[in-house]
Design a protein around this ligand. Structure first.
Ligand code: NAG
Ligand code: NAG
Ligand code: NAG
Ligand code: NAG
Ligand code: NAG
Ligand code: NAG
Ligand code: NAG
Ligand code: NAG
Ligand code: NAG
Ligand code: NAG
Ligand code: NAG
Length: 802
């Protein structure tokens, strides 16, 4: 026979049930963790049995099975204790089997719980740190203060719902177990990110366990953890057991799950209540077969057509039959991101599918590093041009490293030229082997395209034809960012003349010009000179061009008069101390440039030659650049206050003080020296300290006047009416006076009273100043400023001390 005893707020064991023997002297017979309770049954009012680790403990209280409420109280207390730790999930989610007979008793408990839960405080991040402590106890792990601190402070301040294991990477593997487990019954965190961290088998099992229990976890990012097909199989089984799973985002990229894993994944997908939204299987060793099977399953369940928005299959091998994948893409679907770069997919076939199902929602399409089929069929399929002319929302198209045939490039450009829907598109056709022929196509077709705002034509061996391309590109003023890395080997001055011409154009809209690694040397000089004539350019990358100190001097001169450039990337130019000296001097008189990455390569030899001087100059340049950045930050700092972070740490400090004071009172109470007055005083202060936790909320309520009208606003309305009345009076009196004046001037015409009345009527009908106008002026113009100032003053009373 046991006495059943539950510790609710016991420091010794806040999450364990202690069983005490009824004999005297009492001793703890055994104890177990709340989470070990498998079943709770009460068949009669005075009987209770708990199943713990497959062992049944039965309790009988008193004689009467009808009117005893003791067992109900026990159940209530247990419920309360558990819910204090896991306030946002119901008890039956934690204890698998709950049977209380008759049912009416359970209803009573629910009513009590409803009252209790309204008073219960859910801690920061859904009470994560309490749950973490509970899991430490459960798993017999040491509780790490810093884990709780990070979550209670940093996570709270960031207001994030993503738990990233990278934040706890410095801990031992076993210390991660309670952190992961704490997600089991936590409903704050919806995302678990475990990328690029090493995880032991135990920890991976914990993640599966969390997925089995969690009601709120929606997104898991498990890339590069060495997971194999077996893991996906287990994932499928745990999802089968969690009928309430909220999971919809799965990232298993860079894990060798292979085709077998994809097959298991097909089993998982129907288990997702919310459907599959985001799937990243990049670099998972899939072949066409696995992908085809996966999409066969996805096609079988049409709901994924409406849910799946992100698909990443980059770095798998899709060179064989993938008809089911094509089939999926060709049905109207919700995909916004498709990344199938480096998959050896045949591009012509793909567009036949895209044009049918992917023109409405698709925003990102990465088909880079894939081949076009053979050279046999020179004609690009119609679908290619059709897709580009009809796509409604495409913003990022990446076709780099695609060996784009001339015909395909032409269709791409002609398609985009007649696209009336999409705007501000980024097109990457770098490394496509365009050559001279491609350059001609670009030159003749690109001017009609208005939807491209960013274009990358790096590394295409266009030689001297590039100069015409540059001119052609600049014709239609949509392009803002031009990338031409490693584009020039010969004819540099010819090409750079074209670039200068573009930059100097009065209507030039180019914001960034990226021309690294062209070894331009003196051929950059005209461009650098042109920069002085400040136009639209904000970002310039001229790294790897060997401009030397003479180039640096030109850049410095340009900076002195330019006030548009913000970012300059200029390493690998063989600039020496002389050049940096000029740049530092120029920056002194210019405040626009904010970012010039540290030129590591060029600085290294300078350091060798003269460490001190280099140090001084670099410091100076960085300080000058920081000047404006810190100016910006200062402005940011004065923005309205976010008290959350400081508040919790203040509250923790307060709690500590209260605990210390209570301790002191306890110690002093035994001694007769202290007067009762001191103790009463201390108790009063503690009471106020407790109450003060709610103070901010109360003050905000008071300050916000939720219910009644704001008195200042009221007054503003009255003032508006008063002013309107004055205006009307004024207009009235003025018209009277004017009429009188007219009568005196032209007494003959105006001697007829009827005419005078008509004129008066006419005046009244004419434009009066409506009350609305005055109200708007007062309330929305002056009033906004006044109210803004008022609110800020009140807010400053609230937050000043934090
Ligand atoms: C289709 O998928 C949804 C969500 O993934 C699921 O709820 C539904 O049961 C599935 N239907 C079939 C027929 O498998
Ligand atoms: C899809 O449905 C078809 C017929 O309805 C069936 O033959 C096929 O096996 C299903 N594919 C998967 C992956 O469930
Ligand atoms: C696809 O996944 C790869 C590998 O994780 C990543 O580098 C790439 O950015 C992803 N693509 C998109 C569009 O997110
Ligand atoms: C594909 O291109 C997109 C942008 O167009 C980019 O975000 C993504 O990272 C690229 N994928 C890979 C694997 O690099
Ligand atoms: C295009 O995709 C390649 C990977 O194939 C990537 O390296 C590159 O950054 C992407 N381009 C853009 C503009 O994102
Ligand atoms: C592009 O510019 C050229 C030359 O300035 C002009 O003839 C053509 O009409 C423009 N095209 C569009 C679509 O604006
Ligand atoms: C530029 O500097 C690198 C080392 O920093 C050196 O190898 C190279 O010869 C220099 N080039 C010129 C043109 O001075
Ligand atoms: C209130 O005033 C501040 C500073 O004068 C200003 O930054 C802010 O935009 C104003 N807010 C409103 C709602 O007008
Ligand atoms: C030298 C020069 O053209 N300076 C002009 C730079 O742009 C600003 C306005 O954007 C003009 O005020 C300067 O005269
Ligand atoms: C061209 C330009 O904006 N020059 C400015 C550089 O910064 C100084 C102030 O530090 C201004 O006086 C110049 O007008
Ligand atoms: C681009 C930018 O923010 N420039 C600012 C740099 O700081 C000076 C004053 O310190 C401002 O006048 C500039 O507008």
């Amino acid at each position: 026979m046991y006495i059943f005893f539950i510790c609710i707020c016991n420091v010794f064991s806040p999450c364990r049930i202690l069983l005490l023997t009824a004999k005297v002297p009492t001793k703890i017979d055994c104890h177990f963790h709340y989470l070990e309770v498998q079943a709770l049954e009460s068949k009669r009012g005075n009987q209770l049995s708990l199943t713990v680790n497959d062992k049944v403990y039965s309790f009988l209280v008193g004689e009467d099975s009808k009117c005893s409420t003791e067992v109900d109280n026990m159940i209530g207390a247990l419920n309360n204790a558990i819910r204090n730790i896991f306030p946002t999930v119901p008890l039956h989610h934690i204890i698998r089997k709950i049977e209380v007979i008759p049912n009416s008793r359970l209803q009573q408990l629910r009513d009590l719980e409803a009252i209790a839960s309204s008073r219960r405080e859910v801690g920061p991040c859904g009470g994560f740190s309490t749950q973490y402590a509970c899991m430490c106890d459960y798993h017999g792990m040491t509780y790490r203060e810093e884990v709780a601190w990070d979550v209670d402070n940093i996570y709270v301040a960031l207001n994030t719902r993503e738990l990233s294991l990278k934040d706890f990477e410095y801990l031992d593997q076993k210390d991660l177990i309670p952190i992961i487990s704490a997600l089991e019954y936590n409903t704050w965190f919806t995302k678990l990110r475990a990328n690029q961290v090493k995880l032991s088998h135990d920890n991976i099992d914990r993640i599966l366990h969390v997925l089995r229990k969690s009601l709120n976890l929606e997104e898991i990012y498990l890339d590069n953890l060495g997971l194999k097909a077996d893991f996906v199989n287990k994932l499928s089984s745990v999802l089968k057991l969690n009928l309430a799973t909220a999971l919809h985002t799965i990232d298993l990229s860079h894990n060798p799950i292979e085709d077998k894993g994809a097959a298991y994944l097909s089993n998982c997908i129907p288990k997702l209540n919310k459907g599959l939204v985001h799937l990243n299987l990049a670099h998972t060793g899939l072949s066409s077969k696995g992908v085809n099977n996966l999409f066969s399953a996805l096609c079988n369940n049409s709901s994924s057509l409406t849910t799946l928005t992100y698909l990443n299959l980059s770095g798998n091998s899709l060179k064989d039959d993938i008809s089911h994948f094509h089939n999926f893409l060709s049905q109207p679907n919700a995909l916004q991101h498709i990344d199938i770069s480096s998959t050896d997919i045949i591009l012509e076939n793909l567009f036949g599918a895209l044009v049918r199902g992917c023109t409405t929602n698709l925003v990102h399409l990465n088909i880079s590093r894939n081949p076009f089929s053979s050279k046999k069929s020179k004609e690009a399929p119609i679908s290619f041009k059709q897709f580009f002319s009809t796509t409604l929302n495409l913003k990022h198209l990446n076709m780099s490293h695609c060996k784009l045939p001339q015909e395909a490039l032409k269709n791409l450009l002609l398609g985009l030229a007649c696209n009336e829907f999409t705007k501000e598109m980024t097109l990457d056709i770098s490394n496509c082997g365009l050559g001279s022929q491609g350059a001609h196509v670009l030159e003749s077709c690109v001017h009609g395209v208005r939807c491209i705002s960013s274009l990358d034509i790096s590394e295409n061996n266009m030689d001297s034809d590039l100069s015409n391309v540059v001119i052609a590109i600049s014709k239609n003023k949509s392009l803002k960012h031009l990338h031409m890395a490693r584009t020039m080997k010969k004819h540099m001055s010819l090409i750079m003349d074209a670039v200068v011409q573009v930059v100097q154009d009065d209507e030039c809209l180019l914001q960034s010009l990226i021309i690294p690694d062209c070894r331009l040397r003196t051929d950059t000089f005209n461009l650098l000179n042109a920069l002085g004539d400040n136009k639209s350019l904000e970002t310039l990358d001229i790294s790897g061009n060997l401009i030397g100190d003479s180039g640096a001097r030109l850049l410095a001169k340009a900076l002195q008069i330019n006030n548009k450039l913000k970012t300059i990337i200029y390493d690998r130019n063989n600039i020496t101390l002389q050049g940096y000296n000029d740049i530092a001097y120029a920056l002194e008189s210019n405040r626009t440039v904010q970012y010039m990455p540290f030129p590591i390569f060029d600085i290294t030899p300078c350091m060798k030659a003269n460490t001190e001087r280099t140090d001084v100059l670099m410091k100076k340049i960085q300080d000058l650049l920081n000047r404006n950045v810190s100016h910006k930050q200062q402005r940011l700092k004065s923005f309205p206050l976010q008290p959350g972070f400081l508040l919790t740490s203040k509250q923790q400090a307060l709690d500590r003080l209260v605990a210390q004071t209570q301790e002191a009172i306890k110690n002093l109470a035994g001694e007769s020296i202290t007067s009762n007055n001191d103790i009463n005083h201390a108790t009063g202060v503690i009471q106020d300290a407790e109450n003060s936790k709610q103070l901010l909320v109360r003050l905000q309520e008071v300050a916000q006047h939720r219910d009644d009208k704001h008195p200042v606003e009221d007054k503003l309305q009255q003032v508006a009416c008063d002013i309107h009345a004055s205006i009307c009076d004024y207009v009235q009196i003025t018209t009277e006076k004017m009429l009188k004046c007219c009568k005196e001037q032209c007494p003959y015409v105006l001697h007829d009273e009827q005419t005078v009345q008509d004129i008066k009527k006419e005046c009244k009908k004419k434009k009066q100043i409506p009350l609305d106008f005055v109200t708007t002026c007062i309330k929305q113009q002056a009033g906004t400023d006044i109210m803004n100032r008022t609110r800020r003053v009140v807010a400053s009373y609230l937050f000043r001390n934090y």
